[in-house]
Design a protein around this ligand. Structure first.
Ligand SMILES: [Zn+2]
Length: 66
């Protein structure tokens, strides 16, 4: 089953730019390897209508949340 509901993601206002771009794990904040990163799908930003962000996670965090 693919990923996670958006309700399980942290609020984008609390994340770093790297996390918003999918360059760092959305939960752990660690740098991601493109070959292993788990794509969590394009998410709307609740604070800014029309803005989207691109969370990704490391496999360890994604496994713990699914
Ligand atoms: Zn992680």
């Amino acid at each position: 089953m693919p990923a996670t509901t958006s309700g399980s993601l942290p609020p984008p206002a609390t994340l770093t730019d790297a996390q918003l771009r999918g360059a760092a794990c959305v939960w752990g904040g660690g740098r991601l390897d493109t070959s292993t990163a788990v794509d969590l799908g394009v998410q709307p930003d609740p604070q800014f209508p029309g803005v989207r962000w691109y969370p990704r996670a490391c496999p360890a965090c994604a496994a713990g949340r699914s």
